[in-house]
Design a protein around this ligand. Structure first.
Ligand SMILES: Cc1cc2nc3c(=O)[nH]c(=O)nc-3n(C[C@H](O)[C@H](O)[C@H](O)COP(=O)(O)OP(=O)(O)OC[C@H]3O[C@@H](n4cnc5c(N)ncnc54)[C@H](O)[C@@H]3O)c2cc1C
Length: 439
């Protein structure tokens, strides 16, 4: 593409992947017209602090802006959702009816918080989800109003981080999850058990193996309790629904692409696939919304909802958008995330789900400072550190190369490796509130 192209490149989604993708286009020499469309009114901001420093009140919601690392010279269309994509005409439609032509398109619309169904109390006052800066601002204000008891539904990363912040604020908290431990899907229950101890020590009431059926409100429409499937009730005047996210693909419903609530399916080079499975040469996707065959995980189709992937995948997509068809590079990514909760810095790499063994290679579970490696069929597939990240890069390399499990024997401080069953919950234990669609 050249500077003479009138329509130029359009990026839909003005957050981490959209911004870093746009920067990579400029960095790789693209000098043409660049338009960035976002449905939020804000310039790109960072989401990880929202469930940490913003909820705790240490950081103002509007202090989360992402730095622009390159002069973008972009046309920003903020506060305008894209509502449709016409591939034949190479144009997108915005909510106000405007049509925007493109030569190439980068889809970076991310994901949205899975809502609680309205019919089961999802519209009651003081029932919150947490995805955007505005969500965080509203929730922070409500927490500052000193609720009598906070109920958090879902003990994934955001649910646990929110529980940790609420306890730091001195608020009574009940955390409900259908699994026996927090983070059971990503870390398994053997490692997740450490977090059960953290919850107990922090004073969180953890209702494991429990499922919320509905929320009930008072005469003014404000939430007062949740009814559980086992007949118990949890009194709460503030609820945080933390049930993960669905990919923001509704606007692509009639575009003839492989796109649904699991994401926009791409080939290995981040080119979006048409419904017949062939790649569109002019449409790419990156970040939480993208689903692609990850060569580092056995070409398994996956979407990765973590910060590092949004940065790396958008950079790769941008390079490929400017390259000739024969020069498309495959995007390979080792999934990784971090989290801070209950004073512990957790870092993880790899794809642990489906692992059949886990072993501590540094530290101890009892001290809550350790590094554990996950294995599947004799290969290392993931690693997690609790306040023990020093060796994580070495294990990340071993995981990326699929080395034997357990790897790097000389790097351990353990006498012998004791492999345990990781305890990943069966699929049916996933939290499915009635009436909600799932990816
Ligand atoms: C509270 C929270 C805490 C997190 N903490 C961590 C962490 O500790 N570590 C970690 O690795 N990751 C964390 N993440 C995940 C990380 O923030 C995401 O992986 C990252 O934001 C993905 O970037 P993205 O640009 O792909 O998608 P998003 O950040 O979801 O951005 C997509 C943007 O597109 C917009 N959009 C959607 N549809 C349309 C449309 N039709 N038209 C126009 N615009 C549209 C959205 O409103 C949004 O602004 C956290 C996420 C959240 C929500």
């Amino acid at each position: 593409m050249t500077a003479g192209d009138t329509a130029g490149i359009v990026v839909v989604g003005a957050s981490l992947a959209g911004l870093r993708g746009a920067e990579a286009l400029r960095r790789n020499g693209y000098a043409g017209r660049l338009t960035i469309v976002g449905d939020e009114p804000h310039r790109p901001y960072d989401r990880p602090p929202l469930s940490k420093h913003v909820l705790s009140g240490e950081l103002a919601p509007d202090a989360t802006g992402l730095p622009e690392l390159v002069a973008l010279d972009a046309h920003w269309r903020l506060g305008h959702a894209a509502t449709a994509l016409d591939r034949e005409a190479r144009a997108i439609t915005l909510a106000d009816g405007t049509r925007l032509a493109y030569e190439r398109l980068l889809i970076a619309t991310g994901a949205q918080a899975r809502p609680w169904p309205a019919a089961s109390g999802g519209r009651l006052q003081n029932v919150f989800t947490l995805r955007s800066r505005d969500d965080a601002a509203r929730l922070r204000t409500a927490l500052a109003g000193a609720p009598r008891r906070v109920l958090i539904v879902g003990a994934g990363l955001i649910g646990c981080e929110a529980a940790s912040c609420c306890r730091d604020l001195g608020l009574p908290v009940t955390l409900v999850d259908p699994n026996p431990t927090p983070l059971a899907r990503s870390l398994g229950t053997w490692v997740g058990g450490v977090l059960v101890d953290c919850l107990r020590d922090a004073g969180v009431t953890f209702q494991a193996g429990a499922q919320v059926l509905r929320f009930e409100g008072d005469a003014s429409g404000r939430v007062v309790r949740a009814q559980l499937a086992d007949g118990r009730a949890v009194e709460a005047d503030l609820v945080i629904v933390a049930l993960g996210a669905t990919r923001a693909t509704d606007w692509l419903a009639d575009a003839g692409l492989m796109a649904d609530s699991r994401g926009v399916t791409c080939d290995g080079a981040c080119r979006v696939l048409r419904a017949d499975g062939t790649p569109c040469p002019d449409i790419y996707a990156a970040g939480d919304v993208a689903r692609w065959p990850n060569a580092l995980c056995g070409d398994r189709l996956m979407s990765v909802e973590h910060w590092g992937n949004a940065v790396a995948q958008s950079a790769q997509a941008a390079r490929n958008m400017l390259a000739a068809a024969e020069d498309q590079q495959t995007y390979r990514h080792l999934p990784a995330f971090w989290s801070s909760q209950f004073g512990i810095n957790i870092k993880a790499v790899g794809a642990n789900a489906g692992a059949d063994a886990v072993a501590i290679v540094q530290g101890t579970r009892a001290s809550r400072r350790f590094l554990a490696v996950y294995g599947r069929a004799g290969r290392s597939v993931g690693a997690v550190s609790f306040d023990q990240a020093r060796w994580l890069p070495a294990y990340a390399e071993a995981v990326a190369e699929g080395r034997a499990f357990p790897p790097i024997e000389e790097a351990t401080d353990q006498g012998t490796f004791l492999a345990h069953a990781p305890g990943f919950p069966p699929a049916r234990a996933t939290f499915h509130p009635i009436g909600v669609r799932h990816g």
